[in-house]
Structures are given as structure tokens and as C-alpha cells.
Ligand binder design. Structure first.
Ligand SMILES: Nc1ncnc2c1ncn2[C@@H]1O[C@H](COP(=O)(O)OP(=O)(O)OP(=O)(O)O)[C@@H](O)[C@H]1O
Ligand SMILES: [Mg+2]
Length: 230
């Protein structure tokens, strides 16, 4: 497994910008009250119910994914109950061939945050499901769904670039990513595509934002579905 990172300054810069935003809001990110262990366990149990059974015991063990979870937890701000909630923070782009564990690492990261006692509202969706959900149909307001995903404190956007692209999908992807980019909301994105192919699939404006807002983690190795001991 190899990891390819952008320049280290980028994470530092983002951390500085987060710190400045929190300072503007009068929040000291180090001033956190630890969540009682029972609260973290309860949150993990509740979250488990929303995690697909396949990934319910996922453990984020990639060093860059655990580092990301630590950074997001540290940037968390105390909520009304004193527990930390997600504020702004860095995002990850987990890339690699089929079956190398991208979705596993993404759900594992959510589980690490919950286990650390971070108060967490999160959403997860694959891009093919995203486009299906937002397709105009009678009695359904796609703008509401888009806003809810755009504002979610943490979003797993799985399989970016996997769906057949059109102007409509490109615009939706742009609107979702751009809002999360502007608000600096932590987003875990997975893709099977190498950088150039991803840019071709999602368009240059999305690719440019991803280059700035994410650290790229590349998973390698064999397809774990075909080789479970990989
Ligand atoms: N670190 C790991 N330890 C144990 N099992 C793992 C690990 N990583 C992945 N797996 C298992 O390997 C299988 C494939 O993982 P996953 O679905 O995350 O791959 P993927 O890279 O997202 O694939 P795709 O690109 O097709 O979506 C799953 O059954 C998953 O639970
Ligand atoms: Mg996957």
C-alpha cells in the first residue's frame, strides 16, 4: 500500500485557516470536554445501524486515514452538551483500483471519529445513487436533498466518477463539491480513477477544487474480494 500526498504545507494551511475561523467564532479547539465513554459507545451503536453491514466493523488502519480522523476530531468544536462536533476540516480523496478497501477505510474513519466521542452527523452516498436521488420526479424536491448533503458535517461521497457523465451530472457534482469546498466541510471521497481520468469525468472545476481541498491517498494491492487475505 503506498500513499501519495500533496505538499505538507497544504494541510498546515488548511489547519491554520480552520483555526482562524474558529478563533473568529470565539472557539478554542483545544478546549474540549471528553465525551463519557458510555456516550461514545452509544453513538457508535447508533451509527452502526446506519453503516452497511459489510462495513459495520471496518477499522481505518491506513496511516493517512487515521491522521485525517485525528485532525477532524481536533478541529471539532464543543456543542451544547459539551461534546465535540464537526467544524470545518480537511477532506480526503481515497483512490485505487477495485477492491483495495477504499469504502472500508471511509466507513472505518467515521467509526474512529464516533469511537473518539465526536458528535457526528454524517451522510454517505455513492455518486450513481446521488444522481438517481436528485433526478427530477413528481412530488420530490431535489434541491432539498442536495442542500442536506451539501451541509452535512461529514459526507462520504463514494465512487466518484463511476456514473455515466453528462452536463447534468457535472453540474450537480460541481454544486455539491463547490458548497463543501466553500464551507470547508470534511468530505471523504473515493474513486477508482487516476487523477487525469477523474478530471475528465468530473470536469476541471471540480478537479481543481478537489486538488485544493483533499489529501490524496492511493490504495494499491490486489482486489480483496477475490483475495480476502490480501
Ligand atoms: N483493511 C481491511 N481489512 C479487512 N477487510 C478489508 C479491508 N479493506 C477492505 N476489506 C474488505 O475487502 C472488500 C473490498 O473492500 P471495499 O469495498 O472497501 O473496496 P473498494 O476499494 O471500495 O472497491 P470498489 O472500488 O469496487 O468500490 C470488502 O469486503 C471489505 O470489507
Ligand atoms: Mg467502494
Amino acid at each position: 500500500m503506498t500513499t501519495v500526498l500533496h505538499t505538507p504545507e497544504r494541510v498546515g494551511t488548511l489547519a491554520d485557516r480552520c483555526a482562524a475561523i474558529l478563533a473568529d467564532r470565539g472557539v478554542d479547539p483545544t478546549d474540549v470536554t471528553p465525551e463519557p465513554v458510555s456516550g461514545a459507545v452509544a453513538a457508535l451503536e447508533l451509527a452502526d445501524a446506519r453503516i452497511p453491514p459489510r462495513y459495520r466493523h471496518a477499522l481505518a488502519d491506513h496511516p493517512q486515514v487515521t491522521t485525517w480522523a485525528d485532525e477532524v476530531a481536533l478541529a471539532g468544536r464543543p456543542g451544547p452538551s459539551g461534546t465535540r462536533g464537526i467544524a470545518c476540516g480537511p477532506s480526503l480523496l481515497i483512490a485505487g483500483p477495485t477492491g483495495t478497501g477504499k469504502t472500508y477505510q471511509a466507513y472505518g474513519a467515521v467509526r474512529s471519529l464516533l469511537a473518539a466521542g465526536v458528535r457526528l452527523r454524517w451522510e454517505a452516498i455513492t455518486t450513481p445513487d446521488l444522481y438517481a436521488r436528485l433526478r427530477p420526479r413528481p412530488g420530490h424536491d431535489p434541491e432539498r436533498d442536495l442542500a442536506s448533503l451539501a451541509r452535512s458535517p461529514l459526507l462520504i461521497l463514494d465512487d466518484l466518477g463511476a456514473a455515466k457523465q453528462s452536463e447534468w451530472t457535472e453540474e450537480l457534482t460541481y454544486r455539491l463539491i463547490n458548497r463543501r469546498y466553500n464551507d470547508m466541510l470534511p468530505t471523504l471521497i473515493t474513486t477508482n480513477l487516476p487523477t487525469d481520468a477523474l478530471r475528465d469525468a468530473v470536469g476541471d472545476r471540480v478537479a481543481s477544487r478537489l486538488a485544493e481541498m483533499t489529501t490524496r491517498v492511493v490504495l494499491t494491492g490486489r482486489d480483496r474480494r477475490r483475495h480476502p487475505a490480501a
